[in-house]
Write a protein that binds this ligand. Sequence first.
Ligand code: SAH
Length: 456
Amino acid sequence: MEKTPVSKNQKLTVKIIDLTYEGLGVAKVEGYPLFIENTLVGEEAEILVVKVGKHFGYGKVLQLLSESSDRQPLDNLDLLRTGIAPLAHLKYEKQLLFKQQQIENDLKKIAKLENVPVLPTIGMAQPVGYRNKAQIPVRKIGGKLETGFYRKNSHDLVPIENFMIQDPKIDEALLVIKDLLRKFGIKPYNEKENTGFLRHIVIRRGHYSHEMMVTFVTHREKFFNGKDIAQLIVEKLPEVVSVIQNINERATNVIFGNQEKVLFGKSFIQDQLLGKTYQISSRSFYQVNTVQTEYLYQTAIDFAQLKPDDVVIDAYCGIGTIGLSFAERVAKVYGVEIVADAVEDARKNAELNGITNAEYEAGNAEEVMTKWLADGVKPTVIFVDPPRKGLTEPFIKAAAETAPERIIYVSCNPATLARDLRLFDDLGYQAVKVQPVDLFPQTTSVECVVLLTQKK
Ligand code: SAH
């Protein structure tokens, strides 16, 4: 093996020259990159080399020798170590710039699109305590049931009580629930052996409604005292309107299993977005930052310039929130979504809001698009909002073939977005502008809306 210019456990003084998309500082020793947590561009640090690979390594700060003016104070370094808030040491206005620049870079490098304006990121006035949902692993530490978060790239649980970015009411509820679970002697799950009982606690709280749902993801079905625990939770936390048990017996990283039981109350909570009411089931996707989601959707709607005779496709529609936000202003909305519970929520949500011109299909977006195409559906506007892996080639081809006037791409991953915009461009759809909206302050996640129009 070639010799690397640094070795493990070596102490070095380095200067930080870049920040990765994951929020790690980059230093170079004879061209060899070292990635270092809790550092910013321009800072000098004394570091310990903790990992050496063939092409790059990792270092840990022993002492910061100079501080960037972009740094903001951070009391709890576990927020960086766990990846809960990997940008929490960077001033918020710089976080917003970092996200805008990341999109610009990806559009240039991956999509080879030079002249698409990327607008300044829409940020939050109070960029903390925004998450309406928490998915918290439960493990045994020192003989006790603990809740917290995994250390990055590992499954070692770091106990955490103040998550900084979660609705503080969720953090509070978690403490109450943890206490009850300990009193009842509930056994935490053991991942290595696939034994034990309680795997995750998932909590959702409606930003406007304040309705709370608590879901216990358990390894086995039999939940001794499950109903009593649910009853006590509701007594102590009156906002809770739904307690669910989700059963996941498999040895897997996927949080939810396929089977659910209601331990208390309803099987969903309700919340509002842009004045409409939505029911949200435990396994349905719902944007975690309600305040910013309203900006995101409003931008998408503005980009679409909707008209009364528009026929709109809402692809990757979740519980229908994008299409239902404007359904009464257009002729027809078709939605497609792969999670069956979410499709049921979407149908229910149309009904809840008195909307009669929205139709939903459960299935894979690319297959349903092809079917709609065959059925002669002629959309004038298509909204897409795929998960991180982005769209597929068959989907993009089917979308372009239906020849809509405009396509609105809501993306949570600039790299796959850029890849897809390249293909759209080749098929005659050009990206006109990009509006980043910060849905995940203090983290490295980047969300944006893109307007595409047919080339003349
Ligand atoms: N537009 C919604 C949901 C966006 S998240 C909102 O704003 O809330 C992306 C959604 O795509 C999720 O609900 C996920 O279940 C769904 N999804 C993932 N892969 C899919 C596929 N291949 N076909 C259709 N939907 C899919």
